[in-house]
Design a protein around this ligand. Structure first.
Ligand code: NAI
Ligand code: BAL
Length: 499
């Protein structure tokens, strides 16, 4: 268990941080070639934390040239996997050594609670990097069952230069989900952090270098979506892009790829994830704790947040009473106070978006209020199935409640969305649990709990939540490798061998 500091100790630490402000390309920090900067703001206070290099297409071009040089000369891509493993484990150890600084930086930049940064974001980042590092020298190539006259090897090769376009809701952890398998596979990466949260990615680049990842292999190019994300997506010498963010922006990357070099694209996007609670669910208090955690954890700024509660009418009142009781335990306030479980939303723009959903005729069962400093109270609303609150991803601490009659209506309601990232089903009936888990069209379905699985299980979405691959587990390695067949003739007769 992480030893937490007091609020005053975190505040003191925050004043001592040295914040990275420049892009990291080819092993060193550099300002944007244009000399432009943009402000990174602490959403909890509105104060500017740092003026970060506002990169553009010329910086992307330079990073791609350096990443390509590194990839082609093999300084990383051709190292034995066991050597890459050693370096990546050293990298994870350096993050561990700097974990407190990174947790505070992450909290200041994103509004996330220091409690979550210390207990989830930073430790899970370390675990993810170690897991992929440990895996890479245990993955074998294959020999096909071809005829005796041939031997056909199926080998995995790193895909090349990859662009990693990140969201702001888990700046460190989403970085780890992508660089873990990409670097382990031998790729060179160009990370484009969300403009709201560039700090920890920039700091990690320096730690990666210190750990021994060669220059040019790990580059971070901060800037806006149109100025950095788009040139990366359209670049003719980028082999693959892995993106996490909104479905709208994800769709753009498919256009960029189609209009340029048909680079591979993997998209992990939004969700409007249901928690289905059937009338035979056991221990409603426990169910309520899971539903509340799923809805309000990380301020609901989570693509797999369980933002829709679908409950059978027979148990609705009993469940709602417990949900409201649990929701009251989610204390809101200063993210640097380790007692708080709900911090600030990431930016004033996102705060305005979430607040616009609270101007509603829906029945407000709890919360519904906002406070200066981008704070939104955990909110529970009874909604109409056709309303925006029931259909759209809000990405805030807002739980929309829908009442149904029977199993079939519950499953139909769960599937009544363009998204398909995650879902939960609560029931004591095993058959219904498994029938429901199969019938719900989502990448992850949890039974009698809310969760996303862990590093050992694939994470990604059906329908408009996902495209082209999965994060986490060994499946993530498929994103960053491609298969090559090497076909060898073994026959004695040289004539037969020709053609
Ligand atoms: N699936 C998830 O984990 C996330 C979902 N979202 C959803 O998206 C909504 C909007 O949030 P945004 O920050 O605007 O998400 P976004 O999808 O626009 O941003 C994600 C990343 O894409 C980049 N980007 C933005 N526009 C781009 C463009 N035209 N070309 C290339 N790259 C571009 C951004 O700079 C950022 O690095 C949120 O309210 C939430 O509903 C946001 C963040 C994470
Ligand atoms: N829940 C982790 C992935 C995401 O929100 O983007």
């Amino acid at each position: 268990m992480t030893d937490l500091l007091t609020r005053d100790e975190y505040k003191a630490l925050a004043t001592k941080l040295t914040l990275p402000v420049n892009a990291f390309i080819d092993g060193s920090y550099r300002p944007a070639q244009s000399g432009k900067t943009f402000s990174s703001v602490n959403p909890a206070t509105g104060e500017t934390l740092a003026d970060i290099a506002a990169c553009g297409s010329e910086d992307v071009d330079f990073a791609v040239i350096k990443a390509r040089e590194a990839f082609e000369d093999g300084r990383w891509s051709k190292l034995p996997p066991g050597d890459r493993k050693d370096v990546l484990i050293r990298f994870a150890k350096l993050i561990t050594r700097n974990r407190r600084e990174l947790a505070v930086m992450e909290s200041l930049d994103s509004g996330k609670t220091i409690f979550d940064c210390e207990t989830v974001d930073v430790p899970e980042t370390i675990h993810c990097l170690k897991w992929h590092a440990e895996a890479i020298d245990k993955i074998y190539d294959q020999v096909s069952p071809a005829s005796d006259d041939h031997i056909a090897m199926i080998v995995r090769e790193p895909v090349g230069v990859v662009g990693l376009v990140l969201p702001w809701n888990f700046p460190l952890l989403m970085l780890a989900w992508k660089i873990g398998p990409a670097l382990a596979a031998g790729c060179s990466v160009i990370v484009k952090p969300a403009e709201e949260t560039s700090l920890t990615a920039l700091r990690l680049a320096e730690l990666a270098m210190e750990a021994g990842i060669p220059r040019g292999v790990f580059n971070v190019v901060p800037g806006t979506g149109p100025e950095v994300g788009e040139p990366l997506g359209r670049h003719m010498d980028v082999d693959m892009v892995s993106f996490t963010g909104s479905t709208e922006t994800g769709r753009r990357f498919l256009h960029y790829a189609a209009d340029s070099n048909l680079k591979e694209v993997v998209l992990e996007m939004g969700g409007k994830n249901p928690s289905v609670v059937l009338r035979d669910a056991e221990n409603l208090d426990r169910v309520a704790a899971h539903v509340v955690n799923g809805a309000f954890w990380n301020m609901g700024e989570n693509c797999s947040a369980s933002s829709r509660l679908i409950v059978e009418e027979e148990i609705k009142d009993a469940l709602m009473e417990r949900i409201l009781a649990h929701a009251r335990e989610w204390t809101l306030g200063d993210p640097l106070d380790p007692e708080h479980r709900v911090g600030a939303l990431v930016s004033s723009a996102h705060f305005q978006k979430v607040c616009s959903y609270l101007e509603t005729d829906a029945d407000v069962l709890m919360g519904g209020k906002s406070h200066d400093g981008a704070y939104v109270e955990p909110t529970v609303l009874e909604v109409d199935a056709s309303s925006a609150l029931a259909r759209e991803e809000i990405f805030g601490p807002v739980l929309s409640v829908l009442t149904v009659r029977g199993f079939d209506e519950a499953i139909a309601m769960a599937n009544a969305t363009d998204y398909g990232l995650a879902a939960s089903i609560f029931t004591s009936n095993t058959k219904k649990a498994l029938r429901g888990a199969r019938a719900i069209r989502a990448g992850t379905v949890t039974v009698n709990c809310f969760g996303e699985g862990d590093i050992t299980t694939p994470f990604g979405g059906y329908k408009q939540s996902g495209f082209g691959g999965r994060d986490n587990s060994l499946s993530a390695h498929d994103q960053y490798t491609q298969l090559k067949t090497i076909w060898v003739d073994l026959s004695d007769d040289e004539d037969e061998a020709v053609g």
